[in-house]
Design a protein around this ligand. Structure first.
Ligand code: NAP
Length: 348
């Protein structure tokens, strides 16, 4: 059997621009072809969980037409060798079955065997991917079932799928695993925590995790009636605000009213659309903290916007990874019957 040379970061798979020393995530086009390298993992892919901001951008650009969305996904992956949306810059993640393990893949450190069912925990925006066929599109949950293969570099992260949760549920939860794990680090006892876009999958996980700390007050903000209804049923959500996160003054006034002018100590942005930065910044107290997990966040809008209104708040970029994030996210579903039911109903 022949293999490409080992290459932990996948640099040899960068096709465009070549020779510029770019990483696969930065590259315009990467090479998903076989054989794998000595330290790579080959995965038969079953479904892609497209990043929410990315899926909504693609769906809007196709006017919600299913056939056009499928063609856009196929075209994007054929053109770039990865599912890397050039508008949002984001990807998503996948589940599949391990077909082949290169002889130098670090199995001692990352135990895995052929036939294991895994979810990748690195973004599709850097994962070599070839789609042979789209089997089904699930637009309500940003999921695409496919036939194809993907390649994981030895530096890549993955999780073996748990046997006690439906795979599609695990996929949805693992996609946003960084958000509740960062919430655990950022929220302190007694904090007032506002989650913008709180009715979505990362939102409810963050609200649950925040509420575990003593004396925390949780506020969820979302837009649609369906999301508001969903949030009102969750026992760990103290207050629900219905508002459009793109309207900063309206949001600020509602948060101010609810908190009697104190505003939130920690604001977590998990909305899946652009132009929501200022709602979050204006809802945080002076020297509070805003955590931008949303991939639709603009660094310049957030940084210049905060400066422009004299908001001395700590602005954090939403790193999708923090140690133990996958275990924590899955653990939340085991702990919370309400969330388990919500995810099982939604991500069938
Ligand atoms: P999701 O399930 O689609 O949740 C997004 C929520 O935002 C939904 O409840 C949605 O409500 C709400 N929303 C939409 N428009 C709104 C508005 N105008 N005002 C207030 N709320 C609004 O998305 P998710 O999977 O949790 O992902 C959340 C964000 O995290 C996305 O931007 C995604 O790209 C990002 N993400 C980041 C990372 C990372 O590594 N940093 C990883 C994965 C995902 P409706 O459903 O009613 O529209």
């Amino acid at each position: 059997m022949s293999f490409r040379p080992a290459d932990a970061l996948g640099l040899q798979r960068v096709l465009e621009p070549r020779g510029a020393g770019l990483l696969p995530q930065q590259a315009e086009r990467i090479d998903p072809s076989l054989p794998i390298a000595r330290d790579e993992l080959l995965i038969d892919v079953e479904c892609l969980n497209i990043d929410s901001a990315s899926f909504h951008q693609i769906s809007n650009s196709c006017a919600g037409d299913s056939a056009k969305i499928q063609q856009a996904v196929l075209d994007l992956v054929a053109r770039r060798g990865k599912h890397h949306n050039p508008v949002t810059g984001s990807g998503g993640m996948l589940i599949g079955t391990v077909r082949e393990i290169g002889p130098d893949f670090p199995v001692a450190e990352k135990p895995v065997k052929v036939g294991d069912r895994i979810a990748t925990l690195v973004s599709l925006s850097l994962t070599p991917l070839e789609i042979r066929k789209i089997r089904a599109l699930h637009p309500a949950i940003d999921r695409v079932d496919i036939e194809g293969h993907a390649i994981l570099f030895s530096s890549g992260l993955f999780a073996r799928l748990p046997s006690d949760l439906p795979e599609t549920v695990a996929l949805a939860v693992l996609d946003v695993a960084g958000a509740p794990a960062q919430t655990r680090k950022l929220v302190g006892g007694g904090d007032t925590v506002l989650v913008v876009g709180g009715g979505g999958k990362s939102g409810v996980l963050c609200l649950y995790e925040a509420k575990k700390k003593a004396g925390v007050t949780t506020i969820a903000l979302d837009y649609s009636d369906a999301a508001i209804e969903r949030l009102r049923k969750l026992p760990f959500v103290d207050h629900v605000i219905q508002a459009d996160a793109r309207k900063p003054l309206e949001v600020m006034q509602k948060v101010s009213h609810l908190t009697q002018g104190k505003m939130a100590d920690v604001v977590i942005n998990v909305a899946n659309l652009p132009e929501t930065e200022m709602s979050c910044i204006l809802s945080a107290r002076q020297r509070g903290l805003v955590y931008f997990f949303s991939m639709a966040t603009s660094f310049s809008r957030a940084a210049l916007g905060a400066e422009g209104v004299g908001a001395d708040v700590d602005l954090r970029i939403g790193n999708g990874y923090t140690e133990g994030h996958a275990d924590l996210a899955l653990q939340i579903l085991r702990e919370s019957p309400a969330l388990r039911e919500l995810f099982t109903q939604t991500y069938k």
